[in-house]
Every structure is written in C-alpha cells, then in structure tokens.
Design a protein around this ligand. Structure first.
Ligand SMILES: *Cc1c(COP(=O)(O)O)cnc(C)c1O
Length: 438
C-alpha cells in the first residue's frame, strides 16, 4: 500500500519508507492511500473473537499488502501482551481501560507495535547504520516508546521532555532505563520539544550524518495500531448485551488516538459519532465551534498528556474529511474541562460509583456524560492508570491509590537524564556528538 503526505507536496512512499521516515519531507503526515472496509461477517461474529483474532484482522487490512501474514501476526501478538477490558461505570457509560500495558497508558500499544515494525523493516535494509528514534513527550509517549524499544538491536532512542512539566512517575519510566535509551530534559514546553524533533528531521546536515526517525503519533506505525482496541472495546460491549451503534469519547491532546478511532469507523466499526474531550488546551473545540484552527502555546493542566497547543494529527483529520468543517462537525463534537472540573469529576465519580478516574479519563468520562443522549450507549477511553498521577488523584479523593507492581519497580531506578536548552543548535550539537561516539 502507498502512503501519501497530508501536505500533498511529497512523493508517495511504501509502508517501510513511511515508518522509517516518520514525517514526510514536506512536513506532512503520512496517510494510507486507502482504508479497507472489513466484511459484514467480521462484525456479525466479532463478539466471539478474542483481542488477538480481532487485531490481526484489522492489522491485515492496513499492512497485509506489505508484510507477510506470519510476520505481521507475530508483531501484533507480541505487541498485545495485555488486554484492554471494558468496565461499566454507570448506566450506558463504559470505560475502555487502556492502561494494562507495561507503562500503564494507552501509548504502550502504539509504542510496542512501532518498535517491532521498525526493527522488522530495518532488519531487511542494506544500510546497517544505527537508527536514531527521536521522540518528544508530554509525559506518557516517552515511557511507552522507550520501553517498547529498550534493548532492541540497531536502534537508539532519544526522548525529549519538558523540564518540570511531567510527573515524577512518568519521568522515572523513561529516564531510568539506560542501555539504548537517552532522556533529554529540555528547558521549555512540550511544544518546544516537538519543534526540536521536527526541525531535526528537516535539517540537511543531521540527515546526511544519521538515520533519524520519529516515534511520535505522527508515525503511521504508532498511530494506526491504536485502531485495534476500538474494535476490541466494541466486541466486549456486544458481549455485555449492548446493541446498535455506540458513541465513543476520547480524551485528546495530539489527536492521534481519536484519529485511529475515525479510521476504525471508516473500516465499518459501528460507531455513531465521536466526542473529543479537551482540557484547557481547547484548540480543537474552538475549531469545531468556529471553523478556524488557531494553534497557540499550550498551558499546563492536571491532564498533562493533553497539554498540546498545535495537535499534529489535526492534519490527518482534515485530510480524512476533505477539509470539510461541516463533515467533521457532523461526526465529532467536543467539550473542554478546567482543572477544577477535572477534580470535581474524579471526586464525584469515585464517591458515586467507586470508579477511580485519572485526570485524562476524567475529561473523557465527563464529556460522555455531558454529550450522551438518553437512548445512546457510550464508551470513553481511560487512557492511563490513576496511579500514574498519584499526588493529584490522592489529593482529590483523600484515599491511598494502590500502586501496581510494574509501576513501583520504575520508582526504584535512578534518573539519568541530560539537561539541554530549547535552542535547536544545542540539540543538533548533542546529536552530532552522540553520533560520533557510536
Ligand atoms: C497521550 C495521552 C493522551 C492524548 O492522546 P493523543 O493521541 O495525543 O490525543 C490522553 N491521555 C493520556 C493518558 C495520554 O498519555
């Protein structure tokens, strides 16, 4: 299958090229040239299928032309070493829990898949130089990608994160690993980190010297596999007796997760409509309301993985709907929540139902409550485990949160990050020096 750039000013490429390059040379994001519909028979029997069966079918529709089935199935099943259970929170509202992976956030799915697909492709290349994966993180991407790639032969990972703007638990998950993982603590915001990464890809000197790729949700190998769990969530709702089309609500920052859901819908998954939940960084909501997209600097919130002022995947949404604001608003609505509202939702939901939300899931849950009609059934994506935001959550509920063992283990490690300014020349020099040492 060919992949084109959302800017339509770069040549079409193969899957392998799209995965290795990350971003297209015209700074656009790669899109598959077609989205295959799955047959009705697949949906008729989906309630009888397990996650691996569902995900291998979805993966084949995306990648089946480019990777032999046995290799692809192995990548999919190695990636999905954990489940994504659906839990009923209250009448008509269900949580799709995406935090059962190694770093307790949904990004484990994309991170693990991309690591496996990238190493599959580079093992087939003649150019045996190391690949350097650059990843900017607002908190959870760094850990999912770093842990996905840890110890993978031939690949180095450089994680850039904003100093002081990620929680200690998040930071420990990617700064303590060592081996082929380097963490850079940037004096700036997430948007600065993202700008540094994008600039590195555009820099001729760097690209002549090194093989760079990206593991942000701009990479198709991270972005597309996120569709898997939408199908798995739907299958579970069917098993629970839910009928008809569902409403799906996604707490959104860079909009990769929700865009994967839009792809699932195009493939035939019975989703009636989507709700995008924002924190105070409500650039997308403003677009829905006004038709104008006005990126701006992000502000720090309790749901920090959604603190994005210029969501990369907005370009993919526009492309998917042929730039039609009317078509987009027909399928996606939006809500925004302040930190106070997030706190209220976590406290109130815990008190009423016993279900503990993390600050991101709280936006998703509340948007579903605010947007769902009486006859509808809604599924929100619980994108991280509440223990990842321990201090915040405990200060709201005044109860101790049990810390899962895999999280406690990270906390024992020693932070190994390197501090750097947000100036591109400093970053460039760092990469050159690092490359020389190899
Ligand atoms: C990354 C992240 C989000 C936002 O996902 P996008 O794909 O960037 O929209 C939401 N919640 C959590 C916990 C995250 O880590």
């Amino acid at each position: 299958m060919k992949y084109y750039s959302t800017n339509h000013n770069a040549p079409e490429v193969s899957l392998a090229e799209a995965v290795v390059q990350g971003l297209a040379p015209d700074r656009g994001l790669y899109m598959p040239e077609k989205i295959k519909k799955l047959p009705q028979s697949f949906f008729d029997t989906i309630a009888d299928k397990n996650f691996h069966e569902i995900a291998t079918t979805v993966a084949e529709a995306f990648f089946g032309e480019d990777i032999p089935k046995a290799d692809l199935d192995k990548i999919v099943c190695d990636t999905l070493s954990f489940d994504t259970p659906v839990v009923k929170v209250e009448d008509n509202i269900y949580s799709l829990e995406l935090f059962h992976g190694p770093t307790l956030a949904f990004k484990d799915v994309g991170g693990r898949f991309m690591a496996r697909m990238l190493s599959y492709f580079i093992s087939k290349e003649n150019d045996k130089r190391h690949v350097t994966v650059l990843v900017a993180t607002s908190g959870d991407t760094g850990s999912a990608v770093a842990n996905g790639f840890l110890g993978v032969e031939g690949i180095d990972v450089v994680v850039l994160y904003p100093k002081g703007l990620v929680s200690e638990i998040q930071e420990k998950q990617f700064t303590t690993l060592g081996q082929n993982i380097t963490a850079l603590e940037i004096e700036g915001t997430f948007d600065d980190c993202q700008r540094l990464v994008k600039s590195a890809f555009m820099d001729a000197d760097l690209n002549a010297a090194m093989k760079l790729t990206s593991a942000n949700s701009i990479n198709v190998a991270r972005f597309l596999p996120q569709a898997f769990y939408y199908f798995n969530g739907y299958a579970q709702l069917r098993r629970k007796g839910v009928k008809g089309d569902i409403v799906v609500c996604v707490p959104s920052g860079n909009f990769g997760n929700i865009t994967a859901g839009l792809f699932a819908k195009r493939m035939g998954l019975p989703i009636k409509r989507f709700i995008a939940a924002n924190n105070s960084n409500d650039i997308f909501l403003e677009y829905l309301n006004t038709g104008e997209y006005k990126p701006r600097a992000s502000v720090a919130t309790l749901a920090n993985a959604m603190d994005v002022g210029d969501p990369s995947n907005f370009a993919r949404i526009l492309d998917l709907y042929d730039n039609s604001h009317k078509a987009i608003t027909a399928e996606i609505s939006g809500y925004r929540y302040s930190d106070d509202q997030i706190r209220n939702t976590v406290a109130d939901t815990f008190k009423r139902t016993g279900y503990l939300l993390d600050p991101h899931g709280a936006c998703g849950f509340q948007a579903l409550k605010d947007g769902l009609k009486e006859e509808e059934t809604g599924l929100f994506l619980e994108t991280a485990h509440p223990a990842k935001f321990l201090e915040t959550v405990e200060s709201i509920t005044h109860e101790k949160v049990a810390i899962p063992a895999r999280l406690a283990n990270f906390m024992k490690g020693k932070k190994l990050s390197i501090e750097l300014s947000a100036d591109f020349n400093d970053f460039k020099n760092f990469l050159f020096e690092k490359n020389k040492r190899q």
